[in-house]
Design a binder for this molecule. Structure first.
Ligand code: ZN
Ligand code: ZN
Length: 463
C-alpha cells in the first residue's frame, strides 16, 4: 500500500513523474541504490542483533525506524521503476531543449520516439510512452503546440557571420601575400567561369498597365536555356586579358568548320564541349596557352574552389613561373571574387542590352548561331578592353579589399555604349551616315550595326 498515493500497479500504465514525489525522494539523504542496500541490511533474516544499529554503522544518518519506514515506502512504491521514469523525464526534456535550441520542428511523435530510445538505454522495458504519459510530460514542462510563425534556415545567422569572417580572413591573407611578394596590381589576377545563354534577354520590359502575362519574343527559345561558358581574366591594374576562352555548346559534337568559322574572332579562343561547360582538360590547356603566356613571372592568380581548376593549378609550368594560385574559399565568392563582385554583371548587362537592340532593329540577324554569338562576344570583349573601363575593373579588386586605393568614377559599358543621348546619332564610318547602333568605347565614334557588328569594328590593335 502506498502512503504517498501515487502508486499504480506496475502493469497498468506508465508511472507518472511527479515533482512532489521527487521532493520526498530528495529529502532522503541516500540514492536509490543506497536505500535498497539500507533495506536489505535492515531486513537481513539471518541477523539477530540490533538492526538499526547495524544500519547506522554504515549509514550514519539513519537514526530511527521512521526513516526506515519512509525508505521502505519509497522503494516499494516507486522502486527502480520510479527512478527510471525520473531519469527518462530528465533526459527527454534535455533532448527537447536541444531541439528547440536548434530551432527544429518537434512533433509528439518525436518525443515518443526519443522517450522510447531513452527507455531502451535505461533498460526500462515496461515503459510504453502512452498518450497520458505524453500529455503529462508536456503539461509538466509547459510544452504546447504552436503555429510556426517564421521559417529560417538552420544556423542561418551563424552561416552569414562565418561567411563574412571567412571572406575577411581570406582577403587579409591575400594582402599579406601581396605585400610579401611586392606584387604590383599588374600581377594580381582573377579568372572565373561565366555562364551565358546563347540568347540573353533583359527579364524586364515595359508593358501596358494591368497586363497579366508579359511575354518577350526571342528568336530561338532553346537558346535562352542552352549556355556557353566564358573564362575572362581580369587584373587589379584594370585590364581584361585577351583572348578570352569561350567554350561552345555543341551537343552533337562540333562540325568540321568549327575552327575555320571562329578563327577570325581575335578576342576569343574558342573550344567546345557537348555540355557547353568546360572540362579539367580544357582548363589545363587554358592555363598553358592563355594564362601563363599572358601573366608575368611571380603573378598572383585568385581562383575559386571549383574542382575543374585543380589539375590546372598543379601543372609544372605554374611552379616554374612562380605563379602563386590562391584558392578562394567556397561560398565567399560573392564577397571576394573580383569577377563576381564587379565584372560579370556588367558584361551580362551589356550583352542583354545589345541583344535586345538587335532583336528589335535587326531581326534577321540570328543571334544564337555559332558565328553570330561569337561575333557579338568578340565585339563585347573589344569594348571591355577599352582604357576607359580600367577604373571599373580596378574597382572589382578594390571593393573586396585587396587593393587600398581610391577609384575614379566610371560609366558602365552598357551605359556608355548604348545609352547615348545624342538623338539621331549617325555612323561615323566614312561615307556611311546610317543610324548609330553603338558608341565605341575606344574611338568614341558612333557606329551603325553594319560597321560595328558585321564589319567587326576594332580599335584595340591601333591603341
Ligand atoms: Zn572604335
Ligand atoms: Zn556605318
Amino acid at each position: 500500500m502506498c502512503v504517498l498515493g501515487f502508486c499504480n500497479g506496475e502493469s497498468k500504465s506508465d508511472v507518472e513523474y511527479d515533482p512532489k514525489i521527487d521532493q520526498t525522494y530528495n529529502s532522503l539523504p541516500y540514492s536509490y541504490e543506497e536505500m535498497k542496500n539500507i533495506l536489505s541490511l535492515y531486513d537481513d533474516p539471518n541477523f539477530r542483533g540490533n538492526r538499526l544499529k547495524r544500519v547506522n554503522k554504515r549509514y550514519r544518518r539513519i537514526k530511527n525506524a521512521t526513516q526506515i519506514n519512509r525508505i521502505r515506502k519509497y522503494v516499494v512504491c516507486y522502486g527502480s521503476r520510479y527512478y527510471k521514469i525520473r531519469e527518462l523525464d530528465k533526459m527527454l526534456i534535455e533532448q527537447f531543449k536541444r531541439w528547440k535550441d536548434g530551432r527544429q520542428i518537434v512533433r509528439d511523435r518525436f518525443l515518443v520516439d526519443a522517450a522510447l530510445e531513452i527507455a531502451d538505454k535505461l533498460h526500462f522495458e515496461t515503459f510504453k510512452a502512452s498518450e497520458s504519459w505524453l500529455l503529462g510530460f508536456k503539461k509538466r514542462h509547459n510544452i504546447v503546440g504552436r503555429k510556426i510563425t517564421q521559417v529560417v534556415t538552420a544556423k542561418k545567422p551563424n552561416v552569414e557571420a562565418d561567411k563574412a569572417k571567412l571572406a575577411k580572413d581570406f582577403v587579409g591573407r591575400v594582402k599579406v601575400t601581396i605585400e610579401d611578394r611586392h606584387t604590383p596590381p599588374e600581377k594580381l589576377f582573377n579568372s572565373d567561369q561565366m555562364g551565358l545563354q546563347l540568347e540573353m534577354t533583359s527579364g524586364r520590359t515595359l508593358t501596358f498597365k494591368g497586363q497579366k502575362t508579359v511575354e518577350a519574343v526571342v528568336q530561338n527559345k532553346n537558346a535562352t536555356t542552352h549556355s556557353l561558358t566564358l573564362l575572362p581574366t581580369i587584373s587589379a591594374f584594370g585590364k581584361l586579358a585577351v583572348p578570352v576562352l569561350t567554350c561552345f555548346y555543341e551537343p552533337k559534337g562540333a562540325p568540321a568548320c568549327f575552327e575555320r568559322d571562329l578563327l577570325r574572332f581575335k578576342n576569343l579562343r574558342c573550344c567546345w564541349t557537348k555540355s557547353g561547360k568546360v572540362s579539367s582538360k580544357i582548363m589545363v590547356d587554358w592555363m598553358k596557352e592563355d594564362f601563363l603566356k599572358m601573366a608575368p613571372r611571380r603573378s598572383i592568380l585568385l581562383l575559386d574552389s571549383w574542382s575543374g581548376f585543380n589539375q590546372a593549378k598543379e601543372i609544372q609550368e605554374v611552379k616554374s613561373k612562380e605563379i602563386n594560385i590562391i584558392t578562394i574559399p567556397p561560398k565567399t565568392t560573392g564577397i571576394v571574387q573580383p569577377c563576381d563582385v564587379g565584372f560579370f554583371r556588367y558584361v551580362k548587362a551589356f550583352l542583354r542590352t545589345m541583344e535586345d537592340k538587335i532583336r528589335r532593329m535587326f531581326p534577321d540577324f540570328k543571334i544564337s548561331t555559332r558565328a553570330h554569338i561569337a561575333c557579338l562576344l568578340n565585339q563585347t570583349i573589344e569594348q571591355f578592353c577599352a582604357p576607359r573601363y580600367s577604373s571599373l575593373i580596378q574597382h572589382a579588386f578594390i571593393k573586396p579589399g585587396y587593393v587600398d586605393k581610391e577609384y575614379e568614377e566610371y560609366s558602365t559599358p552598357d551605359h556608355y555604349c548604348f545609352n547615348f543621348s545624342k538623338v539621331g546619332a549617325r555612323c561615323g564610318a566614312t561615307d556611311c551616315g546610317k543610324l548609330a547602333f553603338i558608341r565605341c568605347s575606344w574611338c568614341e565614334k558612333y557606329l551603325c550595326f553594319n560597321h560595328f557588328i558585321v564589319k567587326m569594328h576594332s580599335c584595340q590593335n591601333n591603341n
